[in-house]
Design a protein around this ligand. Structure first.
Ligand SMILES: *[C@@H]1O[C@H](CO)[C@@H](O)[C@H](O)[C@H]1NC(C)=O
Ligand SMILES: *[C@@H]1O[C@H](CO)[C@@H](O)[C@H](O)[C@H]1NC(C)=O
Ligand SMILES: *[C@@H]1O[C@H](CO)[C@@H](O)[C@H](O)[C@H]1NC(C)=O
Ligand SMILES: *[C@@H]1O[C@H](CO)[C@@H](O)[C@H](O)[C@H]1NC(C)=O
Ligand SMILES: *[C@@H]1O[C@H](CO)[C@@H](O)[C@H](O)[C@H]1NC(C)=O
Ligand SMILES: *[C@@H]1O[C@H](CO)[C@@H](O)[C@H](O)[C@H]1NC(C)=O
Ligand SMILES: *[C@@H]1O[C@H](CO)[C@@H](O)[C@H](O)[C@H]1NC(C)=O
Ligand SMILES: *[C@@H]1O[C@H](CO)[C@@H](O)[C@H](O)[C@H]1NC(C)=O
Length: 749
């Protein structure tokens, strides 16, 4: 098997990996910049001053005088002969210092100084020698700007037969000395011991200069003649300068600074002479490391000398920065060895190999077909599953319902699973608004950027499918400003998903009970919220056809928008009452503390059950107390009982919230407490209808002495665990499923 894998690998390797383009003419200057001055090439970072400023690095600007023939390259007034990047050097012309004597007139001296202070240059210590020619002299060089030093030569030779040797500068007529690193200017000084009187015949002049040691070769003839050497060389000798990118070292330079000189595929190294750093293309690359893409991959395979792929059979493949060498299929061995490197596999093995090849291809084909079939089946299963869920979740029923009331586009949209996945960013954790026993509510965005709340329900009980569909159909047809709008649902998923309009400000429960929010709603707002809620319930009871009973009215199911406008939500338990009946018998459902005692005992559901629950909400608004609170003393645990008792004992004011007492008028308090008391009547028929409640509250509001007060829209967050039924309140906002107390099993329609 290992062999098969090996062969497969080799087969794969037959297809050569992509190689980067190799340019044989590695550009050394920036594109669009002059590359030469006369015969001197000018590589970046150097550039010519008649080019744009981007053609050179600061302080690497050169001048080309093209009016001369041939053109001459200058740096300041120094003539440049050659520039190289590695080693980083310049060859320039340097003046010759001289001290000449003749018999008739005195002497003639000239020893200039040389400065590169303002340039990123130093005198190369490896290439240059301080050289003195003469037979009756002392000469010295003094370096500044860096390490100060003075060094020199002193020579006296008696006569022409002293033993001068061409090519040997070793102290007789010629003397050389090394210089230290890192200085930027120097001065020369020459003087004679005896005014050349004894040697004037063969040596009238002494010369001193710093020179490229590879260039200067002492010749005996350099000693003779008045200024002959000086004139022959046209006053100058070549000298070598080291350059560097000042002033950082590789350790201190910032590699992310745009002025960092070393570009792609290059390395930094410190200047061998003085301050600064230099760049070098990485191994396997060549070119100008100071240019973007200046370092280009070397095609090692193109030149036998550059690779170790010596076997004639071996296949050499160039890779960025390197190359690979391997024996082609049908041969084995080490491609780097000459001759015996790659040897053909013996004929006998060949059929085995072919069988192995055949088998491996067979396996590949089987694997491919297998996975293709698996994928196909999986896809079919998936759509089958979706179809099943759709039916199981009552999709057909819903479709039927929807088609029976055609022409109404406002009716719930059926979303696909994909749409909702996309809307919630695949049910992303950060999108969760709340969670509880019933499921999770996510914040989502529809493609038109509409913000929605998406509830992912608990697994559905099949018996409740019809009811669920009813809710979807009913809710999607209700259009009341104080009822939260259901936009649609998705039945393809395992559990149904419901899509609601997004209500921004949390629940009423949160605003009246949660820590930090108590006393946050003004009396006017409380009255309005009560009035709006009552109006919504009245609408459900009378205007909707057939009438709808909410069955779970509580402060946690009343949402508030930014303007504290009430939106009744959560119709999971709601029931339709056929128009020919005024009551139905059902499973008792609701939240403890809000449950109508009559309904609790008889299981007979009427609109008055909602009135009772609303009465509790009204008392919550008045007292700021929770419907059921086990932290309160025994007789105060149940808010309804406590309130009704207080009313009877006529000391209801004691339990009202301070803000309510301050802001509400006496009349209003009297009316509202009375109204709440009537709503909480034990007998259903003694309770007012929702319509009466709504009208009464609306009337109170209209005659309110207090003008409308605009609210500060505080950003309210919904806290977990504060609600009496232990749900997270935000999640509760959208809870339309079956997470309630179910007391009797007497179910009917
Ligand atoms: C070029 O060199 C000549 C002779 O040294 C000089 O007169 C002229 O000004 C130079 N031109 C430029 C552009 O430097
Ligand atoms: C002496 O120097 C003068 C100028 O300084 C020069 O003209 C003359 O040729 C020199 N004499 C000899 C013998 O070289
Ligand atoms: C080098 O010499 C110059 C000129 O004499 C002087 O100004 C400078 O302080 C000296 N530098 C050092 C490091 O000695
Ligand atoms: C030294 O070289 C010069 C020419 O470069 C030649 O004229 C001279 O004879 C040579 N002298 C010796 C001693 O080799
Ligand atoms: C210097 O000259 C001598 C004799 O003329 C010769 O042998 C030698 O190769 C020369 N050296 C260089 C570096 O040119
Ligand atoms: C050398 O010449 C100078 C003037 O040119 C003179 O002052 C000096 O004394 C002379 N030195 C010797 C040793 O002749
Ligand atoms: C490097 O430092 C020297 C001395 O501090 C300064 O003169 C020169 O301008 C600096 N060079 C750069 C490129 O900053
Ligand atoms: C520059 O890089 C080449 C190849 O990576 C290497 O051989 C050479 O030694 C390096 N030169 C310096 C001065 O680092």
């Amino acid at each position: 098997m290992a062999l098969v894998v090996l062969i497969l690998l080799q087969l794969l390797l037959w297809w050569p990996p992509p190689t980067t383009a190799i340019s044989s003419t590695v550009s050394t200057a920036k594109t669009g910049c002059q590359k030469k001055c006369g015969s001197v090439t000018v590589p970046y970072p150097f550039g010519l001053d008649d080019d744009p400023i981007s053609c050179y690095r600061e302080r690497f600007k050169l001048h080309c005088n093209r009016s001369l023939d041939p053109p001459i390259l200058y740096i300041g007034n120094i003539e440049v002969l050659e520039i190289s990047l590695l080693p980083a050097q310049l060859r320039v012309l340097n003046y010759i210092g001289y001290d000449c004597y003749n018999s008739t007139s005195g002497n003639d001296k000239g020893f200039p100084s040389f400065k590169v202070n303002s340039r990123p240059f130093t005198f190369s210590d490896t290439r240059n020698r301080f050289t003195v020619i003469g037979c009756d002299n002392f000469a010295r060089i003094t370096g500044f700007n860096g390490r100060n030093f003075t060094s020199g030569c002193s020579m006296i030779c008696n006569d022409q037969q002293s033993g001068f040797i061409n090519g040997s500068c070793s102290g007789i007529g010629c003397c050389q000395t090394s210089i230290p690193k890192g200085f930027k200017s120097f001065k020369l000084y020459i003087n004679s011991y005896h005014n050349h009187t004894d040697v004037l015949v063969f040596n009238p002049c002494a010369y001193a200069f710093l020179v490229d040691s590879e260039w200067y070769n002492f010749s005996v003839s350099d000693l003779g003649g008045y200024m002959d050497f000086y004139n022959r060389n046209r006053e100058n000798v070549p000298m070598v300068l080291d350059w560097a990118i000042e002033n950082y070292t590789c350790e201190t330079v910032s590699r992310i600074d745009p002025s960092y000189a070393c570009r792609s595929n290059s390395q930094c190294f410190n200047s061998p002479n003085g301050r600064g750093y230099l760049c070098n293309c990485s191994l396997g690359y060549q070119g100008n490391p100071y240019l973007d893409d200046g370092c280009q991959d070397i095609d090692e395979c193109a030149d036998e000398a550059m690779n170790e792929c010596k076997s004639p059979l071996a296949v050499c493949t160039n890779t960025p920065g390197s190359y690979t060498c391997y024996c082609p299929s049908g041969t084995v061995g080490d491609g780097r060895k000459t001759g015996t490197g790659c040897t053909a596999i013996q004929g006998k093995r060949s059929p085995v190999m072919q069988i192995a090849l055949g088998i491996s291809f067979g396996i590949l084909v089987v694997l491919f077909i297998g996975s293709w079939i698996y994928w196909g089946i999986e896809k079919r299963n998936q759509s089958k599953r979706k179809e099943m869920f759709f039916q199981q979740n009552g999709g057909l029923l819903l479709k039927q319902q929807l088609s029976s009331c055609d022409g109404n586009e406002e009716i719930a949209k059926i979303f696909t699973e994909e749409e909702l996945k996309k809307a919630t960013n695949n049910y992303d954790e950060t999108r969760i608004l709340g969670r509880g026993g019933y499921g999770i509510v996510y914040q989502g965005f529809l493609p038109n950027n509409r913000k929605v709340a998406i509830k992912k329900s608990k697994i559905m009980d099949e018996n409740q499918v019809e009811q669920f569909i009813n809710e979807v159909v009913v809710l999607s047809q209700i259009n009341h400003k104080n009822v939260v709008k259901l936009l649609g649902c998705c039945l393809e998923a395992e559990v149904p998903l419901l899509v609601y309009e997004f209500i921004t400000n949390g629940t009423l429960f949160h605003h009246i009970h949660d820590e930090g929010h108590k006393y946050s709603i003004s009396w006017d707002d409380r009255l309005r919220i009560a009035s709006e809620t009552a109006a919504a319930l009245a609408y459900l009871h009378s205007a909707a056809s057939p009438p709808i009973i909410h069955r779970d009215v509580k402060s946690a199911n009343i949402l508030l928008d930014d303007n504290y406008m009430a939106k009744v939500s959560d119709f999971g338990a709601s029931r339709l009452i056929p128009s020919d009946k005024i009551q139905v018998t059902t499973l008792v459902q609701g939240t403890l503390g809000y449950l109508d005692p009559e309904y609790f005992h008889t299981s007979r559901l009427t609109e008055k059950s909602d009135v009772y629950s609303f009465g509790i909400v009204l008392v919550e608004l008045l007292t700021g107390r929770k419907a059921l609170d086990f932290d309160r003393p025994e007789n105060e645990k149940n808010l309804a009982t406590h309130f009704v008792t207080s009313m009877k004992e006529e000391n209801v004011l004691v339990i009202l919230e301070d803000r309510v007492l301050q802001e509400a008028s006496e009349d209003q308090l009297k009316e509202v407490t009375n109204l709440a008391n009537r709503c909480l009547s034990v007998k259903g028929e003694e309770r007012p209808t929702m319509k009466e409640v709504a009208m009464e509250l609306e009337g109170l509001r209209r005659y309110s002495k207090h003008p409308w007060v605009e609210h500060n829209h505080e950003e309210a967050e919904c806290l977990l665990g504060q609600s009496s039924n232990l749900h997270s309140c935000k999640a509760d906002e959208y809870d339309s499923l079956k997470d309630r107390v179910v007391i009797s099993l007497d179910s009917g329609r």
